[in-house]
Design a protein around this ligand. Structure first.
Ligand SMILES: [Zn+2]
Length: 176
C-alpha cells in the first residue's frame, strides 16, 4: 500500500524517533514503505517521512556503479560507528520536492543496525550507498539535506523551502 509522504515544514519531520522494540508489526510497514518508494521514484525512505516516528529506514538503488542493484535493504535502530573521507554529490528528497543541490558528506561509513528479523549487523558502506544511508539517518534525527548546503546555496533554496512549507511544492524547480 502506498503511504502519503509528508514534506518540509511538517513538524513531525523535525522530531526525534524512538527505537523499534517490537519487530512483528514492522514487516507490513516495510512492505508499504517499499511500495511508496517505488511509486514516488525514490532510492531511500525514512519511517518518519511516512509519519511513523521509529528508528527505521529503507534503501534500494537500481543502478550502483559496481553492482546492478543494491536489492531492498532495511536498517533498524542504526548507528554510524565511523565515517571517513569526503565526497560531494547532488541530492534530492521525496520530502523536499523539486530541489536538487550538492551535499558534502563522508564517503565511507561503518554502520551498526538490526535487520528486519532483529538480527544485529555491522557493515561498511561506500559511495552511493553510504550517501543514501547518511541522508536517511539524518531524517531520523530531524535533519534535511538542505540543512547541509553551503551558505550561498541555502540562500538560493530559502524561498522554495518556504513554498513547500505552505503548499507542499515550490513554484519552480531548483537544481543547483
Ligand atoms: Zn530525504
Amino acid at each position: 500500500m502506498v503511504l502519503p509522504v509528508i514534506t518540509y515544514g511538517n513538524p513531525l519531520l523535525r522530531e526525534q524517533v524512538s527505537p523499534v522494540s517490537d519487530f512483528t508489526p514492522i514487516r507490513e510497514l516495510v512492505d508499504d514503505m517499499f511500495d511508496t518508494m517505488a511509486e514516488k521514484g525514490g532510492i531511500g525512505l525514512a519511517a518518519n517521512q511516512v509519519s511513523v516516528n521509529e528508528d527505521l529506514f529503507i534503501v534500494e538503488i537500481a543502478d550502483l556503479e559496481d553492482e546492478e542493484d543494491s536489492g531492498p535493504l532495511v536498517f533498524i535502530n542504526s548507528e554510524i560507528l565511523s565515517a571517513t573521507g569526503s565526497a560531494t554529490m547532488e541530492e534530492g528528497c521525496l520530502s523536499v520536492p523539486d530541489i536538487r543541490a550538492p551535499v558534502t558528506r563522508p564517503d565511507v561509513i561503518s554502520l551498526k543496525y538490526q535487520d528486519i528479523s532483529g538480527k544485529e549487523c555491522t557493515a561498511e558502506f561506500s559511495g552511493m550507498l553510504a550517501r543514501v544511508i547518511q541522508h536517511e539517518k539524518d531524517h531520523l534525527k530531524g535533519i534535511f539535506f538542505t540543512d547541509r548546503l553551503s551558505p550561498a546555496n541555502k540562500m538560493f533554496v530559502k524561498k522554495a523551502l518556504k513554498e513547500i512549507s505552505t503548499s507542499g511544492k515550490p513554484s519552480k524547480e531548483i537544481v543547483l
